[in-house]
Design a protein around this ligand. Structure first.
Ligand code: PRT
Ligand code: ZN
Length: 293
């Protein structure tokens, strides 16, 4: 594909699959306006120097590595399997799954080292080979299947599988029991290393990163508003190690103040309990759409 505009970016995303909806949502959250009908190979953003290329997820690392596109959104599992020559920039917080080794429920095998001399079916031969070598198992025969890996043991093709799982229900449905985790995965943003050396591209890549980071940061925090007796302020300041000092607004009653602050999602309930103990009331909590730090 010919590149005409030097600083316009190209980003590859999955055309149709598990990552498509969340990736589209992310791009829209970044304020990008584009047609998401995916009829065309390359869709331009109307309000940002970026074109979106829709492809098979397995092809995305190659598009990024050879410079067909500058950026890509794809599962880390795909990068680990075939992602030479790309740079991982950010974890995106969706598309979570694990690559696990699983055996039939009734199998006596409890530990992946017991698979020495056995056949293991997988769609991720490079990753799984590396894993077994890492735990000192050299003699495992990998059967590479491109789909329906989970049925391999019941067909007698293999003693075990190494397959992706999210909820685990496919494993249960196929009477398989996980015995080890090879890889934890989520969607990641990857870049072509040469694009990261071109200043005019880097400027726009940094704009993309800033927008994604503000969305990811917003998800980590809640915005909290409350009323509290002025005397409780020092305790409340101590209980809300938010971003900076909270905003304190005087109320009609001079003994009382309104306080606005942000609280980390993972400390949320603990902080709320301490605020109530300190005398805060009418605590109102909202999510944050974007947060620029
Ligand atoms: O057509 P294309 O090649 O683009 O898509 P694909 O069919 O190869 O990929 P797709 O859309 O299935 O997955 C894209 C990416 O989503 C994967 O590379 C992972 O990074 C991520 N992902 C997240 C998953 C899952 N969750 C997942 N559950 N990929 C696959 N699965 C499979 C799993 O193997 C099982 O067979 O979904 C099935 C259901 O899983 P359970 O555990 O929820 O039952
Ligand atoms: Zn695929």
């Amino acid at each position: 594909m010919e590149r005409t505009d030097g600083c316009r970016l190209r980003l590859a995303m999955q055309r149709q699959g598990r990552l498509t909806e969340a990736t589209t949502h992310l791009l829209h959250g970044m304020g990008l306006e584009f047609e998401s009908y995916r009829q065309r190979l390359l869709t331009p953003c109307r309000n940002f120097p970026l074109d979106i290329l829709y492809g098979r997820d397995d092809d995305i690392p190659e598009y990024v590595a050879d410079g067909t596109v500058d950026l890509g959104v794809v599962g880390r599992n795909v990068i680990v399997e075939r992602g030479n020559g790309v740079e991982e920039l950010l974890s995106l917080g969706f598309g979570y799954c694990s690559l696990v080794v699983a055996v039939p429920s009734e199998s006596p095998i409890q530990d992946p080292r017991e698979l020495e001399g056995h056949r293991v079916a997988t769609s991720y031969p490079r990753t799984v080979r590396g894993y077994f070598e890492g735990i000192g198992v050299e003699d495992v025969e990998l059967v590479t299947l491109s789909g329906s890996v989970e049925v391999a043991p019941s067909l007698g093709i293999a003693s075990a599988v190494a397959d992706l799982t999210a909820t685990g229900s496919t494993l249960v449905l196929n009477d398989l029991r996980p015995i080890a985790t090879v890889l934890e995965s989520e969607a990641v943003l990857i870049a072509n290393p040469a694009s990261l050396r071109q200043p005019e591209k880097v400027r726009n890549i940094n704009r993309v990163l800033m927008r994604i980071n503000s969305l990811l940061a917003a998800r980590e925090y809640k915005y909290v508003m409350m009323n509290a007796p002025r005397s409780a302020l020092p305790t409340i300041r101590g209980a809300t190690p938010g971003l900076k000092a909270p905003t304190v607004v005087p109320l009609a009653d001079p003994e009382w103040v309104a306080i606005h602050t942000v609280v980390k999602e993972n400390e949320f309930w603990e902080v709320i309990e301490r605020l109530r103990e300190a005398g805060a009331s009418e605590i109102l909590v909202t999510s944050i759409e974007k947060l620029l730090l």
